[in-house]
Ligand binder design. Structure first.
Ligand code: HEM
Length: 378
């Protein structure tokens, strides 16, 4: 089997296994609630037939004529009606639950239509030189995949909590959903802080590569190569990746900060100084968290599609750290020129990492003729 065929088979294997992993996770996680239930762990839903009514203290105090009794202890004990709570409930049951989740469905339909009518963005140059370009180092890949995996788990558990009442009770039943909702909450609270660290690291690692340039404007003017045959010029990150990065910087940071506020009562050590967990702040944080997270999830579907089924060879870079010279020339030609200039391109047969041992600038014997295979835009 030739080298190029082997790498193609490997790429297909990686794509199939990652799709399989994501699909099986999304099916297995909600069903895991049954195992929790069967293992005898108690559901958190209140059982109407339970012998002890948790509200009995309140009624005992009221019937006993005890003055100033409140079932709520601590902050807010003297507030009879917190009307912000009712506004928040109406917003959540209305706009949030009825309209926003359609953004995710809409994005999935758009991507499906794009894939059906346009298909995968294939590598134009089918003859591979064997020269490889290092794109992501081990640390970058580790951070990316831990964050990506956390994102998927958070999206599944978060959507279960937001829409579960309507979507999962008909499937799992009330007891099954109660167990799953409880497990979802715990998983969400534990993975959330790990994910937040991942986002912070991504920002520190990649912000330097994501400031907009004139090349990005030209890239957008050409539709980013999504339609037609042009492959607009791009540096290490193209215009689309930069937009994704700034979404992460805005929506992502909003999701993480609001999440930290929401989780702070159970992780007292990460409470933000000066912020008390007052109810109105929790309600605002909860609204920001849900809105930003749902919109972000819809956009993330686009990123995941482009990184897997949408672009041939992209996932190979994030999986192995290296891309073929042909892929780099098609998608990031200006970056490839820099890599050639800096002697970072590996020749066929050279071991991975050899580019770091070279002290001097090193060019390939036969540089790829950029501009002959691809339509150059500058
Ligand atoms: C299973 C899900 C995912 C897949 C398959 C995936 C795939 C990829 C691939 C292939 C690249 C490299 C693109 C290139 O070489 O040009 C990439 C880059 C990147 N990914 Fe993901 N990704 C996933 C999830 C995520 C998530 C959830 C986040 C953030 C929350 C994320 C953030 C990023 C960022 C920030 C970059 C670098 C782009 C830039 O800095 O502009 N990815 N991803």
């Amino acid at each position: 089997m030739s080298k190029s065929k082997m790498s193609k088979a490997r790429r297909r294997k990686i794509a199939i296994w990652s799709t399989f992993l994501v699909l099986s996770l999304s099916l297995a996680l909600p069903l895991a609630s049954y195992s929790i239930h069967w293992l005898g762990m108690s559901a958190t839903a209140q059982d109407a037939s339970s012998a002890v009514n948790p509200r009995s203290d309140l009624w005992r105090a009221i019937r006993g004529g005890e003055p100033g009794y409140s079932a709520v202890k601590g902050e807010g004990a003297n507030v009879l009606v917190q009307s912000g709570g009712e506004d928040w409930r109406q917003f959540k049951e209305g706009a949030l639950l009825k309209n926003l989740p359609w953004a995710i469905v809409g994005m999935a339909v758009l991507l499906l239509l794009y894939h059906l009518f346009h298909g995968k963005n294939k590598l134009v140059e089918r003859h591979l030189s064997g020269r490889m370009v290092p794109r992501w180092n081990v640390f970058e890949r580790m951070v990316h995949w831990i964050t990506a995996f956390s994102f998927i788990v958070l999206a599944i558990t978060g959507i279960s909590l937001l829409l579960g009442k309507n979507l999962l009770i008909p499937v799992l039943g009330k007891a099954g959903f109660a167990s799953w909702a409880s497990a979802s909450m715990t998983i969400h609270n534990v993975i959330g802080p790990i994910f937040t660290i991942g986002i912070a690291l991504m920002i520190i690692m990649w912000i330097w590569h994501n400031f907009p340039t004139v090349t990005d404007l030209k890239w957008f003017a050409k539709g980013g190569g999504l339609f037609g045959k042009a492959h607009p010029s791009a540096g290490r990150m193209n215009g689309g990746e930069k937009v994704w990065f700034w979404i992460l910087m805005t929506l992502g940071v909003a999701v993480c900060i609001s999440g930290v506020i929401l989780v702070s009562p159970i992780y007292p050590q990460i409470t933000i100084p000066g912020l008390d967990a007052a109810r109105s702040m929790m309600q605002q944080a909860s609204a920001v968290h849900a809105i930003a997270a749902v919109i972000w999830t819809a956009i993330a579907l686009g990123h995941i599609y482009i990184g897997t089924a949408g672009t041939e060879g992209a996932i190979q870079g994030m999986a192995t750290g290296y891309v073929t010279e042909e892929w780099a020339a098609q998608h990031h030609d200006l970056w490839l020129e820099d890599m050639h200039r800096d002697g970072k391109v590996l020749l066929p047969g050279e071991p991975r990492g050899a580019q770091n041992q070279r002290g001097t600038v090193f060019g390939p014997e036969k540089p790829l003729q950029l501009g002959t295979v691809y339509e150059r835009t500058d």
